[in-house]
Design a protein around this ligand. Structure first.
Ligand code: FES
Length: 156
C-alpha cells in the first residue's frame, strides 16, 4: 500500500464519508484493485465501519478485492450473447489464459470477468477488453484478439 498516495486521495476528498465511492475508485486506480490492508487503513482514517466499505466493494462490479491484470476481459453472457456462443468463448478464454473467471494471469497481463449485458446485443457475442468492444467473437478468433494486446504492450 502506498500510504502517501492514499492520504493524498483522502485529503482531496476532505475525509468525507459521502465520498467513499470516489475515494475507493481513486484508490483502486493506484493498484488496479482494493487491497484489504488499504481498506482497513481507509476505515480507520475515516472512522467508517469496515463492513460498510467491504459491502460497497462487493456490491459494485467495478471494484475488485483481488489483483487484476493489466487488461480486463469481460465476456458477455447475457441472453443474446449466450445464444450466440458466449459459453464456448468463455471456455476458450479460460483454456487459452489458464485462469478461471475472477482470476488474473500469472504475468498480470489479463484478468477475466463475465457480465450480463454490454448493451450491444446486435453485435453478439461480444467480448470487451478494457474499453474495446469485440463483436461476433468465436473461439477461433480469441487467440488473435488476445495476441493484439500482447503486441500492444510490447510497443509501450
Ligand atoms: S447480451 Fe451481450 S451485449 Fe447484450
Amino acid at each position: 500500500m502506498n500510504i502517501e498516495k492514499v492520504d493524498r486521495i483522502l485529503e482531496e476528498h476532505e475525509y468525507k464519508h459521502s465520498a467513499i465511492i470516489s475515494i475507493m475508485q481513486d484508490v483502486q486506480g493506484i493498484e488496479n484493485y482494493l487491497p484489504e490492508d488499504t481498506l482497513r487503513y481507509i476505515s480507520e482514517k475515516l472512522e467508517l465501519n469496515l463492513t460498510r466499505i467491504f459491502d460497497i466493494a462487493t456490491f459494485y462490479k467495478t471494484f475488485s478485492l483481488t489483483p487484476r491484470g493489466r487488461h480486463t476481459i469481460r465476456v458477455c453472457c447475457g441472453t443474446a450473447c449466450h445464444l450466440g456462443g458466449a459459453s464456448q468463448n468463455l471456455e476458450q478464454m479460460k483454456r487459452t489464459l489458464h485462469i478461471k473467471e475472477g482470476e488474473a494471469t500469472d504475468d498480470s497481463m489479463f484478468s477475466l470477468e463475465t457480465v450480463n449485458c454490454l448493451g450491444t446485443c446486435a453485435l453478439a457475442p461480444v467480448v470487451m477488453i478494457d474499453e474495446d468492444y469485440h463483436d461476433a467473437v468465436s473461439p477461433s478468433k480469441i487467440e488473435k484478439i488476445l495476441s493484439s494486446y500482447h503486441s500492444e504492450s510490447k510497443r509501450l
